[in-house]
Write a protein that binds this ligand. Structure first.
Ligand code: MG
Length: 170
Protein backbone atom coordinates (compact mmCIF):
# COMPACT_ATOMS: atom_id res chain seq x y z
CA UNK A 1 0.00 0.00 0.00
CA UNK A 2 2.63 2.50 1.03
CA UNK A 3 4.84 1.45 -1.92
CA UNK A 4 2.00 2.08 -4.36
CA UNK A 5 1.34 5.51 -2.90
CA UNK A 6 5.02 6.31 -2.98
CA UNK A 7 5.21 5.33 -6.66
CA UNK A 8 2.26 7.55 -7.47
CA UNK A 9 3.96 10.46 -5.75
CA UNK A 10 7.25 9.80 -7.55
CA UNK A 11 5.78 9.43 -11.03
CA UNK A 12 5.19 13.10 -11.88
CA UNK A 13 8.74 13.96 -10.83
CA UNK A 14 10.37 11.40 -13.10
CA UNK A 15 7.98 12.42 -15.92
CA UNK A 16 9.16 16.01 -15.50
CA UNK A 17 12.82 14.94 -15.56
CA UNK A 18 12.51 12.99 -18.82
CA UNK A 19 10.38 15.70 -20.49
CA UNK A 20 12.98 18.29 -19.47
CA UNK A 21 15.77 16.03 -20.75
CA UNK A 22 14.03 15.65 -24.13
CA UNK A 23 13.56 19.43 -24.28
CA UNK A 24 17.27 20.02 -23.55
CA UNK A 25 18.05 17.63 -26.43
CA UNK A 26 15.81 19.78 -28.65
CA UNK A 27 12.55 17.82 -28.75
CA UNK A 28 9.21 18.95 -27.28
CA UNK A 29 6.27 16.64 -26.59
CA UNK A 30 4.05 18.49 -29.10
CA UNK A 31 6.48 17.56 -31.89
CA UNK A 32 6.18 13.89 -30.92
CA UNK A 33 2.37 14.26 -30.82
CA UNK A 34 2.51 15.53 -34.42
CA UNK A 35 4.27 12.28 -35.39
CA UNK A 36 1.61 10.23 -33.64
CA UNK A 37 -1.15 12.14 -35.44
CA UNK A 38 0.61 11.44 -38.75
CA UNK A 39 0.89 7.72 -37.92
CA UNK A 40 -2.62 7.12 -36.64
CA UNK A 41 -4.87 9.62 -38.50
CA UNK A 42 -5.40 7.28 -41.49
CA UNK A 43 -6.92 4.68 -39.14
CA UNK A 44 -8.80 7.01 -36.76
CA UNK A 45 -10.31 9.87 -38.82
CA UNK A 46 -11.71 11.65 -35.75
CA UNK A 47 -8.23 11.78 -34.17
CA UNK A 48 -7.02 15.22 -33.02
CA UNK A 49 -3.66 16.65 -31.98
CA UNK A 50 -4.98 17.01 -28.40
CA UNK A 51 -5.82 13.29 -28.17
CA UNK A 52 -2.32 12.46 -29.46
CA UNK A 53 -0.68 14.73 -26.89
CA UNK A 54 -2.79 13.11 -24.16
CA UNK A 55 -1.52 9.66 -25.20
CA UNK A 56 2.09 10.93 -25.37
CA UNK A 57 1.63 12.06 -21.76
CA UNK A 58 0.44 8.55 -20.81
CA UNK A 59 3.48 7.02 -22.50
CA UNK A 60 5.99 9.21 -20.65
CA UNK A 61 4.34 8.27 -17.32
CA UNK A 62 5.42 4.63 -17.76
CA UNK A 63 8.44 3.50 -15.80
CA UNK A 64 9.98 1.40 -18.64
CA UNK A 65 9.65 4.37 -20.97
CA UNK A 66 11.22 6.78 -18.49
CA UNK A 67 14.13 4.40 -17.89
CA UNK A 68 14.76 3.97 -21.62
CA UNK A 69 14.72 7.77 -22.14
CA UNK A 70 17.09 8.36 -19.19
CA UNK A 71 19.53 5.69 -20.39
CA UNK A 72 19.55 6.52 -24.10
CA UNK A 73 19.82 10.27 -23.76
CA UNK A 74 22.54 9.93 -21.13
CA UNK A 75 24.61 7.83 -23.55
CA UNK A 76 24.20 10.47 -26.30
CA UNK A 77 25.30 13.18 -23.86
CA UNK A 78 28.27 11.17 -22.57
CA UNK A 79 29.42 10.48 -26.13
CA UNK A 80 29.32 14.23 -26.91
CA UNK A 81 31.29 15.04 -23.75
CA UNK A 82 33.91 12.42 -24.62
CA UNK A 83 33.15 10.44 -21.47
CA UNK A 84 32.94 7.09 -23.27
CA UNK A 85 35.90 4.92 -24.20
CA UNK A 86 36.61 3.60 -27.69
CA UNK A 87 35.25 1.89 -29.66
CA UNK A 88 31.84 2.84 -28.23
CA UNK A 89 32.44 6.60 -28.44
CA UNK A 90 33.15 6.59 -32.19
CA UNK A 91 30.27 4.23 -32.88
CA UNK A 92 27.84 6.60 -31.13
CA UNK A 93 29.35 9.86 -32.46
CA UNK A 94 29.19 8.52 -36.04
CA UNK A 95 25.79 6.81 -35.59
CA UNK A 96 27.39 3.61 -36.88
CA UNK A 97 24.71 1.72 -38.84
CA UNK A 98 25.48 -1.74 -37.47
CA UNK A 99 25.57 -0.64 -33.81
CA UNK A 100 21.84 -1.43 -33.44
CA UNK A 101 21.55 -1.00 -29.66
CA UNK A 102 19.78 2.35 -30.10
CA UNK A 103 16.90 0.53 -31.82
CA UNK A 104 16.98 -2.30 -29.26
CA UNK A 105 16.71 0.15 -26.35
CA UNK A 106 13.79 1.91 -28.08
CA UNK A 107 11.98 -1.43 -28.31
CA UNK A 108 11.66 -1.32 -24.52
CA UNK A 109 9.35 1.67 -25.11
CA UNK A 110 7.13 0.15 -27.82
CA UNK A 111 7.12 -3.21 -26.05
CA UNK A 112 4.74 -1.74 -23.45
CA UNK A 113 1.97 -1.63 -26.09
CA UNK A 114 2.38 -5.03 -27.74
CA UNK A 115 3.01 -6.04 -31.32
CA UNK A 116 1.24 -3.07 -32.94
CA UNK A 117 3.92 -0.88 -31.37
CA UNK A 118 6.67 -2.74 -33.24
CA UNK A 119 4.97 -2.19 -36.59
CA UNK A 120 4.54 1.53 -35.94
CA UNK A 121 8.15 1.87 -34.77
CA UNK A 122 9.52 0.11 -37.86
CA UNK A 123 7.47 2.44 -40.05
CA UNK A 124 8.80 5.60 -38.34
CA UNK A 125 12.38 4.28 -38.42
CA UNK A 126 12.12 3.65 -42.16
CA UNK A 127 10.24 6.80 -43.19
CA UNK A 128 11.89 9.29 -40.76
CA UNK A 129 9.03 11.80 -40.85
CA UNK A 130 9.04 15.35 -39.38
CA UNK A 131 11.06 15.79 -36.24
CA UNK A 132 12.92 12.48 -36.74
CA UNK A 133 14.48 13.81 -39.94
CA UNK A 134 15.54 17.00 -38.15
CA UNK A 135 17.09 15.03 -35.26
CA UNK A 136 19.01 12.86 -37.74
CA UNK A 137 20.32 15.90 -39.64
CA UNK A 138 21.36 17.73 -36.46
CA UNK A 139 23.12 14.60 -35.23
CA UNK A 140 25.47 14.73 -38.21
CA UNK A 141 27.30 17.79 -36.79
CA UNK A 142 30.78 16.68 -35.65
CA UNK A 143 30.24 17.58 -31.97
CA UNK A 144 26.66 16.28 -31.78
CA UNK A 145 25.29 12.81 -30.97
CA UNK A 146 21.60 11.99 -31.53
CA UNK A 147 22.14 8.25 -31.98
CA UNK A 148 19.66 7.26 -29.26
CA UNK A 149 17.43 10.36 -29.47
CA UNK A 150 15.91 9.62 -32.90
CA UNK A 151 14.90 6.08 -31.93
CA UNK A 152 13.55 7.15 -28.55
CA UNK A 153 11.40 9.89 -30.09
CA UNK A 154 10.16 7.51 -32.82
CA UNK A 155 9.37 4.88 -30.19
CA UNK A 156 7.40 7.33 -28.01
CA UNK A 157 5.36 8.40 -31.06
CA UNK A 158 4.82 4.75 -32.07
CA UNK A 159 3.85 3.76 -28.52
CA UNK A 160 1.28 6.58 -28.34
CA UNK A 161 -0.08 5.56 -31.77
CA UNK A 162 -0.47 2.01 -30.45
CA UNK A 163 -2.16 3.24 -27.29
CA UNK A 164 -4.64 5.14 -29.52
CA UNK A 165 -5.14 2.10 -31.76
CA UNK A 166 -6.01 -0.07 -28.74
CA UNK A 167 -8.44 2.60 -27.51
CA UNK A 168 -10.20 3.38 -30.80
CA UNK A 169 -9.99 0.03 -32.58
CA UNK A 170 -13.37 -0.91 -34.00
MG1 MG B 1 19.52 5.89 -33.91
Amino acid sequence: MSTTNENRLNEPTKRDIVVQMLSERGVELHEIADLTLFLQKPYVPELTFEICLDHIERVVMKREVQNAILTGLELDIMAEKGHLDEPLRSMLMNDYGLYGIDEVLALAIVNVYGSIGFTNFGYVDKLKPGVIKRIDEEGKAPDKCNTFLDDIVGAIAAAAASSIAHRYAK
